[in-house]
Design a protein around this ligand. Structure first.
Ligand SMILES: [Zn+2]
Ligand SMILES: [Zn+2]
Length: 142
C-alpha cells in the first residue's frame, strides 16, 4: 500500500510505493544542523518514489556522497539522497515527519549515538551504532 507525504506548504508532494517498515534516527552533526534537531527518516529506492513539484525542490550537496533536498518555498527538510556510486546510489531517505501519516512505523535504529546531545534519549529497544561503526560499515571494502 502506498503512502504519501509533503512539505509544510504543500508545493512538494511525494508518494512511496510501499509503506516504510521502519524508521531510524541520525545524530550526526550534519543531520542535527540540517533538521534542527534529530533527523529521522524512512528509506526507499529512487524507483519507488513519485515526486510532484520538482521545481520547488532545492538541493544542497552536503558531502561528496550525498545531497540534502528541501522545499525552496517553505524550507522544509524533504529527503537525503545518496549521490555516490555503489549499492546505495540514489537511495532517498525521506524525513519521517514529512509523511502524511507517520503512525505504525517503528523506530529500529539510532546512528551516531555517540554524537547524541546529552539532554534527551529515545525510549525503546533499537539498534544503535557509533560514528566509527557507521563509517566502517560504509567504507569501501577493498
Ligand atoms: Zn514547501
Ligand atoms: Zn546524519
Amino acid at each position: 500500500m502506498s503512502v504519501t507525504g509533503a512539505c509544510l506548504c504543500g508545493a512538494v508532494r511525494y508518494t512511496l510505493k510501499d509503506k516504510p517498515k521502519e524508521t531510524g534516527a541520525c545524530h550526526c552533526d550534519m543531520c542535527r544542523r540540517w533538521s534542527g534537531g534529530v533527523f529521522m527518516s524512512v528509506k526507499c529506492k529512487a524507483e519507488e518514489v513519485t515526486l510532484d513539484g520538482q521545481k520547488h525542490i532545492g538541493r544542497f550537496k552536503s558531502s561528496d556522497w550525498a545531497e540534502r533536498c528541501f522545499c525552496n518555498r517553505c524550507g522544509s527538510v524533504l529527503f537525503y539522497r545518496v549521490t555516490a556510486s555503489g549499492p546505495y546510489h540514489d537511495d532517498h531517505h525521506f524525513g519521517f515527519g514529512t509523511l502524511d501519516n507517520p503512525n505504525g512505523i517503528p523506530m529500529t535504529s539510532e546512528i551516531y549515538i555517540d554524537k547524541k546531545p546529552d539532554g534527551f534519549a529515545f525510549k525503546g529497544d533499537h539498534h544503535t551504532m557509533t560514528e566509527a561503526e557507521v563509517i566502517a560499515m560504509f567504507a569501501p571494502k577493498d
